[in-house]
Design a protein around this ligand. Structure first.
Ligand SMILES: [Zn+2]
Length: 108
């Protein structure tokens, strides 16, 4: 098992979307390219039961893994931080993206 909060589940993808960049079912009459918006099913059979009623049954049911809060590297201090903690900041008159901890000001 993984030590962070990865989450797996089943999603409904539009049958006419590319498997490389699928369009996910995100609710009644709603589709999204963003997998974070996708409706997540715990069991494949439940996804299938819903999928047969959406988009004329033209769909794929796929297992999907969502990784926990994605870690990204702060441009300023080099720390690995959650993506949500990265913000646009202005440091030394330059706009950059940096974490909430250092706010773009590195302390060597
Ligand atoms: Zn930082």
């Amino acid at each position: 098992m993984t030590d962070h909060n990865d989450e797996s589940g089943w999603v409904i993808e539009r049958g006419d979307s590319s498997p490389g960049s699928p369009t996910y079912w995100s609710g009644p009459d709603a589709w999204s390219q963003d997998h974070m918006d996708a409706v997540r099913f715990a069991r494949k059979q439940d996804a299938e039961r819903v999928a047969c009623r959406v988009h004329g049954g033209h769909h794929r049911v796929c297992e999907h893994l969502w990784c926990g809060p994605e870690a990204v590297q702060c441009d300023a201090c080099g720390e690995m931080v959650a993506r949500d903690d990265i913000a646009k900041v202005t440091a030394y008159g330059i706009e950059t993206s940096a974490c909430a901890k250092c706010r773009g000001v590195s302390n060597p």
